[in-house]
Design a binder for this molecule. Sequence first.
Ligand code: MG
Length: 170
Amino acid sequence: MFDVKVCELLNSQINKEFYSAYLYLDFSNYFTDQGLNGFANWYKVQAQEERDHALLFMQYMQNNNLKVSLDAIGKPEISYIDSMTPLKAGLEHEEFVTASIHTIYDSAYQVKDFRTMQFLDWFIKEQGEEETNANDLIRKMELFGTDAKGLYLLDQELGQRIYTAPSLVL
Ligand code: MG
């Protein structure tokens, strides 16, 4: 019942999610080097979420007897200028992932693959949240990040983020 194109897109999304995890670990490492451990924590938790997304796509394929093929994960190539660089790159990346998930949804819709559409519903909502989070972080950094005390408090706040498993269970 599965369309070849939908299948390929689902498979390539696994790689995109793992790349997201890799990218956020790179951000986390950057902030660790800067001594901003709260920011580093926030992106490390984000990386864990992205790994979960990859595993969810993999599990969905396997639940439907589709063969998973893992590709090489790209090297994050970010030229860090200041602490705003990863925040902006993060938003840009989430917009890219949103577009990618919408493309899979569109392909599933074309072939009336209702099961995949329903599976993707969670991710469509999730992407809305990811973009909101990325925008909020940029906004907070613009408002408070230029002041040493503000940056300290923001770093403390981001250090509070803890990992929770995804609400989607397959
Ligand atoms: Mg993701």
